[in-house]
Design a protein around this ligand. Structure first.
Ligand SMILES: [Zn+2]
Ligand SMILES: [Zn+2]
Length: 456
């Protein structure tokens, strides 16, 4: 029996759970050390798993934050190790960085210890998986939920693609380091966590409409850790170590939840798709990326706002059916080319493979939506008010309006209509499209964010 309300993070490690959803839930993550002297304990884990030669990988910032200290700790404890500092000022997880690491890693290295979050974690998790050696991550900020996940989003051929990887063997979260991370990184982690509100509603709705796999236990796991963070959110400002630990745990648990489900559904819904769409636009325009969790937080505001409008809307299902019948692939294709630019071929290829916009399938979904509309509304009603999410983020100085991070009206509008084409995953955005109301809802969102310009 899995009891998410009573379980702590360690209860999920090193075990396998037969679950009511029919799956056997398991993660390969062996240990998580979150404490105020976690860094000092790294040698214990190296010894526990009999690693002979470690390579510490940092960038210039994380070297200063704790890479240097970690090297001293390993040297002092007699663990054979070397250190590599990535050369870029802002590390991008692309082929160039992977190549740089390949050159730096000795053949007899049997453990990579990454020091960082985001890009460093993505790169090192991927490369250790490819080299078939173990991986530890020393988190330097509680900024995103990719620590424990079995995948690395990388930028290859200028496109962001998530590649399968292993999980780390050990995750280290030293609270003295995590709690002194830049506040914008902490609030990014919070944004990624708050994104679970809309993500879980998306999942349940996909389950209702399409009968997609759904696990109430995984949902409870994520909800429980989300609640723990939200209940103490005021203390984030003071960098209270217990609250920082809660955020880090929530981010790790989400990664475990993804392993349990076998895909990223428990962590990523419409708010993430919007964030990915904006990220891709920034990449094409050569602009400096915004932190993942920061964009997800804004995406959650957008999705939650739209859900709030949707639940009070009178739906014309006949109009939805007409819209489905009028769908024209060629028109869609030319709009996708405009919205996606370089990435359009991949998006069109996905549609050809999975046919998520296929009229027959869409008509069947409309039937199902109509039949289950009351049930869908009940699920939407579990969401917090959009003002609630906005307040939690803005009180900590985190952006809540796309304009605050340089996302313009057109990208908001296009994101709501076209972000759904990035993945074959049913979320709020497919629902709006199925109902034939995506245009008016996107316009409403643009107007809403314009009216919130005081947050600029
Ligand atoms: Zn389950
Ligand atoms: Zn995320």
């Amino acid at each position: 029996m899995i009891l998410p309300e009573k379980f702590s993070l360690s209860d999920y490690l090193n075990s396998s759970f037969p679950c009511e959803c029919g799956k056997n839930h398991t993660t390969n993550l062996k240990d998580v050390e979150i404490s105020s002297d976690a860094l000092e304990k790294v040698p214990n884990y190296i010894i526990r798993y009999s690693h002979k030669k470690s390579l510490i990988i940092c960038d210039k910032n994380t070297y200063k934050a704790c890479g240097e200290k970690l090297k001293q700790i390993l040297d002092k404890s007699g663990c054979t190790n070397s250190l590599y500092i990535l050369s870029a000022e802002d590390v991008v997880p692309n082929e160039e960085a992977l190549g740089e690491l390949m050159v730096a890693i000795d053949r007899d290295t049997d453990l990579i210890i990454a020091v960082g979050t985001g890009s460093i974690n993505d790169l090192c998790k991927f490369i250790s998986f490819k080299m078939n050696i173990e991986y530890f991550i020393v988190g330097t900020a509680p900024s995103m939920d990719g620590f424990a996940s079995e995948g690395s989003p990388l930028i290859t051929n200028n496109m962001k693609t998530t590649y399968p990887t292993h999980t780390p063997q050990v995750i280290i979260g030293d609270l003295n380091i995590l709690s002194t991370a830049p506040m914008e990184m902490i609030t990014a982690g919070l944004g990624d966590t708050l994104g679970k509100y809309t993500c879980l509603v998306d999942w349940k709705i996909a389950n209702i409409i399409n009968g997609e796999y759904y696990c109430p236990v995984i949902v409870k796991m994520v909800e429980t850790s989300l609640k723990k963070v939200v209940d103490n959110i005021k203390l984030v400002k003071t960098r209270d170590q217990n609250v920082i630990a809660n955020i880090m745990e929530a981010l790790i648990l989400t990664g475990i939840a993804m392993s349990f489900a076998g895909y990223s559904r428990p962590a990523s819904g419409s708010e993430h798709h919007l964030s990915h769409y904006w990220e891709m636009k920034f990449l094409f325009e050569g602009r400096k990326p915004v932190l993942h969790g920061t964009k997800v937080g804004i995406g959650a505001v957008a999705s939650d706002y739209l859900y709030g409008i949707l639940k009070n809307k009178k739906i014309d299902f006949d109009k939805a059916r007409s819209a489905a019948k009028e769908f024209n692939f060629e028109t869609w294709k030319s709009k996708v080319k405009e919205a996606y630019g370089y990435a359009a071929p991949g998006v069109i290829k996905l549609e050809k493979e999975v046919g998520k916009n296929n009229t027959e399938k869409r008509l069947a979904r409309i039937e199902s939506i109509q039949k289950h509309w009351d049930e869908i509304i009940k699920v939407i009603n579990t969401l917090p008010q959009v003002s609630e999410i906005e307040r939690m983020l803005s009180e900590l100085g985190a952006p809540i309006n796309p304009a605050q991070v340089g996302v313009d009206d057109k990208s908001v509008y296009d994101g709501i209509i076209y972000a759904k084409e990035l993945r074959d995953r049913y979320t709020l955005f497919q629902l709006l499209w199925d109902l034939g109301i995506e245009d008016e809802m996107a316009e409403k969102a643009v107007r809403y964010f314009k009216s919130e310009q005081n947050y600029r």
